[in-house]
Design a protein around this ligand. Structure first.
Ligand SMILES: Cc1cc2nc3c(=O)[nH]c(=O)nc-3n(C[C@H](O)[C@H](O)[C@H](O)COP(=O)(O)O)c2cc1C
Length: 310
């Protein structure tokens, strides 16, 4: 067990584990406390962390500290800024500067916007915007879905616009159509099943064999989920809701315990599959069955696409 090494050089930093505390919050006193705790846990375990959307702090300078606290707590850590894909280059640069970010996530959440009465309805010009940001942003740009999953066509378009890192954000975990509907959205109990499941979205993206780096997220809940995503070719695995829920329910001690035991089980899965590190896990044969296999057949994607992931 001691020889299992899950460390990963990612976006210019050394991670002890290929795990990302994905975008959650910022902007209020409570959000500041949450970010502080998440930054502490990320530093302690050597994980990456993304901030919640920073728009609010670009509009009100007084709220910057609810985000920048993460850099104070974790000065050497891998931190990602976060804004909507429609954000201007100027806003992206400010968000990066706010936390001395190592990378910036630009989130795509069209279904969520459409489910909200007050959400966006106009998505014209997003690709051009991304192209401009990719050209001028001083840190790597990550295109991130929030739970509906990128398709291979979407990834190909974004790749052609200059994006080289993707967080696939598939269906299976947090569901923003349900959340917005419960908050008085206008999808009226329909479309709850919208989206591409995480495993399928990962297969769609990785089988493109583009020179890209992939973070797997959306409904990752167990060490086995994480190991499978890595075996499929993801270099890092993101989780969002579970961190927040455990922190709010049990405080930082419970979150610390949860993360420690999750990481223990992740190393156990690596040992049980005789994978000493991420590279070895990515050489393990994949057995793709049921809906995922059927989907790959329908899309004419070779189920041996991972032999191999570049
Ligand atoms: C309370 C909450 C707030 C979130 N806020 C953001 C956000 O500001 N920006 C973003 O890109 N994603 C945001 N997300 C999406 C997550 O980063 C993640 O993509 C999504 O929840 C799927 O992961 P999960 O199933 O592990 O929760 C949020 C998720 C939750 C639960």
């Amino acid at each position: 067990m001691d020889e299992i090494d899950l460390s990963q050089h990612f976006l210019g930093k050394e991670l002890r584990y290929p795990l990302l505390v994905n975008a959650l919050t910022g902007g209020t006193d409570q959000a500041r406390r949450i970010n502080q705790a998440l930054a502490y846990i990320s530093r302690k375990h050597g994980l990456a962390m993304a901030l919640g959307s920073q728009t609010i702090a670009l509009e009100d300078q007084g709220l910057r500290e609810t985000f920048s606290i993460v850099r104070e707590i974790n000065p050497g850590g891998l931190l990602m800024a976060n804004l909507a894909a429609s954000a201007s280059l100027e806003k992206v640069l400010s968000a990066v500067e706010m936390i001395s970010a190592d990378a910036v996530q630009l989130h795509f959440n069209v279904p969520q916007e459409l489910a909200m009465y007050e959400g966006d309805r106009n998505f014209k010009g997003v690709l051009k915007n991304i192209e401009n940001i990719a050209c001028h942003c001083p840190v790597p740009l990550i295109a991130k879905e929030v739970g509906f999953g990128f398709s291979r066509e979407a990834v190909k378009m974004l790749f052609d616009s200059g994006v080289k890192i993707f967080d696939n954000g598939g269906k299976g975990g947090t569901n923003f159509i349900v959340i917005e509907d419960q908050r008085d959205g206008n999808f009226n109990h329909e479309l709850y099943d919208w989206g591409i499941p995480t495993a399928i979205s990962l297969a769609e993206i990785i089988s493109l064999k583009l020179p890209i780096r992939v973070i797997a997220s959306g409904g990752i809940r167990t060490a086995t989920d994480a190991a499978k995503a890595i075996a499929m070719g993801a270099e890092c695995v993101g989780m969002a809701a579970p961190f927040l829920k455990i922190l709010l329910d049990g405080g930082i001690e419970e979150l610390d315990k949860m993360v420690s035991s999750f990481l223990y089980r992740l190393r156990a899965v690596f040992l049980m599959t005789a994978s000493r590190n991420i590279k070895e896990m990515q050489k393990q044969p994949l057995i793709i069955v049921k809906e995922t296999a059927e989907w790959l057949r329908a899309r004419e994607i070779d189920p041996h696409f991972c032999s191999k992931r570049i």
